[in-house]
Design a protein around this ligand. Structure first.
Ligand code: MGD
Ligand code: MGD
Ligand code: SF4
Ligand code: MO
Length: 800
């Protein structure tokens, strides 16, 4: 029985589809930022907030983990459209107080989308849902901590509790949180990284000895070639375009590897300069390889095999710093080009062009994100990108390196601070030495394993420090059922989301200060610290008055929970940590590698950069003490006749499961999210019409099927056989067991699906045009852009 997902509160009847844009940013981006800000915050607060964003004396953007330029190179407005949206979402004047929860029974809220829930505003008071109750009701903070303590202390084993983290949590909160989990007795610390760059962390740790980017900020400016694979910077890391603009000015070439010609990869109009505002902006990709979904492993092998054939390799680096070269060469010499061409959907000439650009480059930076990691072969592909970098000696020298571009603003810092279900023994030894207790050694549950354990009744307590686990995870129905199985679910949140309304037998919502807000915990101003994608750590101080007087900081909540639950056990100084975060930083300095003098160093303007042996000295702390070449089989993701490979991705108007609005401007979508992008030739072959309603049905190895209903078909420039739709609406389609080998990361970007014309109740099969809704619009369209070459542009679809 398929449970119907909530859809009713988003009106998509005025969906408009126009041409995809060929540039990102420009004046429209500024206008959109300001409009959204003023709507929700008013003029004064908008100005007050945005001018503090990403400034040395201000707060770190709660959007993505893109690094900041050094303080002397920052602009007055050092943020992008999506950073402004992220701030607006948090600094909104809308409020969700006890009266909201009294007015809306849980049975109604359960039918709401994340969009509707999030738009209601900031949560102002702790709320509890008692067993069997119909509504959330207010609870005191002490009452909430007592309920948590009672539940945790009543479990048969600490391993029946799980402590999830999303990637906004500050380093201070993350450090005390992992300390609490381990002092309580478990390593069950899954995080959003398990769904995000886990394939990177696993792959890089194996081959270079550390799971982080090996470049410094300036290296991007100095590169000869920048490869951008499986990443959509125009939407998800917009200020990356400013860095690319500088690189291009310095003569860099950009190779984009992406099934879609994302606007930000085509052209950038920098709103900070005249050329960007009134001119044509800067062209981005010199070469765009529209790779077939999942073809990257084969593509990187093919590029490397050409470089080998041409003798364009760095023999000195290979001889001095690498291990496993011969086996790797052997594999590439016998590379099956037929497989390569099928897997990538590219021509040999295109691949040769990419290889030529890299051969001519002295220094190349390789960037990637979710288009690489969220596949069954995600780890293998990360290692294949690394192989290429080793071949070229592109690591540990200026202007070159491996650059996984992280998602959440502090996801990397949280891991550095010990949020990890598989902590290294050395980290646990340091904790023991510093705090005098023996932490648990057995590895904990990651995100996928946590869902299984909750489903199977092995986990009874779920705590989410931020995030929206129910919507972010794969296999929505399974995840929802698992959540409902818990005795108590607790969420530390700024705004309502589906994880609050799909809950355990009892549930708590604990409202928290956001990063834009003044933190006066302990009676004096506190600052927190974060780490960006390039290992740079710096302080953040929020300027705004908190959304409610009842809010507490994450550090406060974690320390108070610890006091209530384990009190004096192990003699840990929770109250001192809570009163002055400097005490936490002092302990971070002792426990976390590379953090000596932490509190002093984060006060330097711009903070400090953590050590990274491969980047700093070409030292590789791997098993072999060298950079390790690895061999992975070349493969093709085959799909049966009539099926497509679906990638689930972000629109330009969301931050993960937080939906800001219904427009994906760069891809030409307005007023809707339930769209599925299909190649026009595939549409013909599959008998699909523009604008037709379809259900997306995924097919899994074990014969099971999953369904996401009612998407509209939109023709789009995507490779044959490849399709795309937005997350989280499509998460229901991703089987829990579909995940990356080695990292257990859900394979959100390679889902085998078929598009089934929607069945209308009381109707035939709905496929043959007698479906009234399937017949609407998309013909004889008008052009909505100024580009006469784009005839796809259609009139609004009106469904009535
Ligand atoms: N505004 C905004 N910013 C964000 C976020 C957000 O939701 N909104 N999320 C943050 C987070 S947590 C993260 S992890 C990052 C995510 O940043 P991205 O990784 O850029 O996010 P996705 O939208 O998942 O897009 C992945 C890109 O990979 C491409 N792709 C899909 N499959 C393949 C493939 O098989 N091969 C290749 N080469 N490309 C492929 C898609 O076409 C798309 O351009 O962004 C962060 N920043
Ligand atoms: N199908 C599909 N699924 C995916 C992905 C995909 O590409 N496709 N991407 C995956 C990736 S890369 C990631 S990172 C995950 C994201 O997974 P999560 O990090 O779990 O999800 P978010 O949507 O970022 O979390 C949003 C919630 O965080 C809370 N929040 C916001 N700000 C704060 C704050 O300052 N403090 C606290 N405590 N809470 C706050 C709000 O209540 C908000 O509702 O999703 C994954 N899921
Ligand atoms: S690029 Fe990322 S960190 Fe920078 S302002 Fe935009 S969203 Fe914020
Ligand atoms: Mo992410």
């Amino acid at each position: 029985m398929i449970r119907k997902p909530p859809t009713a509160d988003i009106d998509e009847s005025d969906l408009q589809v126009s041409h995809a844009e060929h540039h990102a940013a420009g004046p429209t981006a500024v206008a959109v930022s300001m409009k959204r800000g003023i709507e929700q915050m008013g003029v004064v607060r908008t100005a007050q907030t945005l001018l503090k964003l990403n400034q040395a004396d201000g707060f770190d953007c709660q959007g993505c983990a893109w690094p900041d330029p050094s303080p002397e190179h920052r602009h007055t407005a050092e943020f992008c459209e999506n950073g402004a949206k992220a701030v607006t979402e948090e600094a909104t004047l809308r409020r969700v107080g006890p009266e909201f929860f009294a007015a809306h029974p849980i049975a109604e809220l359960e039918q709401r989308t994340d969009y509707w829930l999030g738009q209601q505003g900031r949560i102002t008071q702790p709320m509890v849902l008692r067993e069997g109750a119909t509504h959330y009701e207010p609870i005191s903070w002490d009452g909430a901590f007592a309920l948590i303590a009672e539940t945790l202390n009543g479990l048969a084993s600490p391993d029946e509790a799980v402590f999830y983290t999303s990637g906004k949590t500050s380093n201070e909160a993350a450090f005390v949180y992992q300390l609490f989990a381990r002092a309580y007795g478990t390593n069950n610390l899954p995080d959003c990284s398990n769904m995000c760059h886990e394939s990177t962390s696993v792959g890089l740790a194996e081959v270079i000895g550390i799971g982080k980017a090996s470049v410094r900020f300036e290296d991007v400016h100095d590169a000869d070639v920048i490869v951008i694979a499986g990443q959509n910077p125009g939407t998800n890391h917009p200020r990356m375009l400013s860095a690319l603009e500088i690189a291009k000015k310095n003569g860099a070439k950009v190779i984009a590897i992406n099934p879609l010609k994302e606007a930000g990869l085509v052209r950038f109009k920098n709103p900070q300069n005249v050329k960007g505002v009134i001119g044509n902006g800067t062209g981005m990709a010199d070469l765009h390889l529209a790779v077939r979904i999942n073809g990257d492993l084969a593509l990187f092998q093919a590029i490397s095999s050409l470089l080998l054939e041409w003798g364009e390799v760095d023999h000195d680096f290979i001889a001095q710093h690498t291990w496993g070269y011969d086996a790797y060469v052997e594999h590439l010499r016998t590379l099956d080009w037929d497989l390569v061409l099928r897997s990538t959907g590219l021509t040999r000439a295109e691949i040769e062009e990419a290889a030529r650009l890299i051969a001519d480059s002295e220094k190349t930076v390789y960037c990637w994100a979710m288009g690489i990691t969220q596949h069954k072969n995600g780890v293998a592909t990360v290692k294949e990108i690394s192989n290429l970098a080793f071949l070229r000696g592109d690591i540990g020298k200026p202007g070159a390196g491996l650059f996984p571009v992280r998602g959440h603003s502090n996801v990397q810092g949280d891991r550095t601070m010990g949020i990890w279900e598989r902590p290294p023994a050395s980290f646990l030894d340091s904790l023991r030495d510093e705090f005098g207790f023996e932490p648990p050694r057995e590895h904990g549950y990651d995100a996928v394993a946590a869902v299984k354990a909750m489903r199977d009744g092995e986990l009874k307590f779920f705590f989410g420090l931020g995030g929206n686990f129910v919507s972010a995870m794969s296999d929505t129905e399974v995840t929802e059922a698992a959540m409902r199985n818990a005795d108590l679910t607790v969420h530390v949140s700024t705004k309502p989301n589906r994880s609050h309304v799909v809950h355990g037998k009892q549930a708590l919502i604990l409202p928290v200060l956001g990063r834009s807000e003044k933190d006066l915990t302990g009676g004096h101003p506190q600052r927190v610290t974060v780490e960006d994608s390039l290992c740079s750590v710096h302080a953040s101080h929020g300027p705004l008055k908190p959304a409610s007087e009842h809010l507490r900081s994450e550090v406060d909540i974690v320390c108070s929970m610890a006091l209530a639950t384990i009190g004096e056990r192990h003699d840990l100084p929770w109250a001192a940590f809570r009163d002055d975060y400097t005490e936490i930083r002092r302990r971070i300095a002792h426990v976390v590698p590379g953090c000596a003098g932490y509190d002093e160093k984060v006060d330097q303007p711009g903070g400090f950069v953590l050590p990274h042996p491969p980047r700093d000295s070409r030292t590789f702390p791997t098993d072999k003490g060298k950079a390790i070449f690895t061999v992975s089989p070349t493969e093709v993701l085959e799909v049966p006749e009539g099926r497509l490979i679906l990638q689930t991705m972000r629109s330009h108007d969301q931050f993960n499961t937080t939906i800001y609005g219904l427009d994906d401007r760069y891809r030409g979508i307005k007023n809707g999210r339930r769209v599925v992008f299909v190649n026009p030739d595939d549409m013909v072959e599959l008998g699909l019409r523009e604008g037709q309603f379809v259900d997306i049905v995924s097919e899994w190895e074990d014969g099971s099927e999953r369904l996401a209903p009612r998407f509209r078909v939109v023709s789009y420039d995507t490779p044959r056989g490849c399709t795309g739709a937005y997350y989280p609406e499509t998460n229901a389609l991703v089987p829990l067991d579909s995940k990356a080998e080695g990292s257990n990361q859900p394979a959100f970007k390679s889902v085998v699906v078929r598009l089934v014309p929607e069945r209308v109740p009381g109707d035939g099969d709905g496929a043959d045009g007698d479906d009234e809704r399937a017949d609407t619009g998309f013909s004889g369209g008008t052009t909505s852009g100024d580009d006469p070459d784009h005839k796809r542009h259609v009139q609004p679809l009106h469904l009535s």
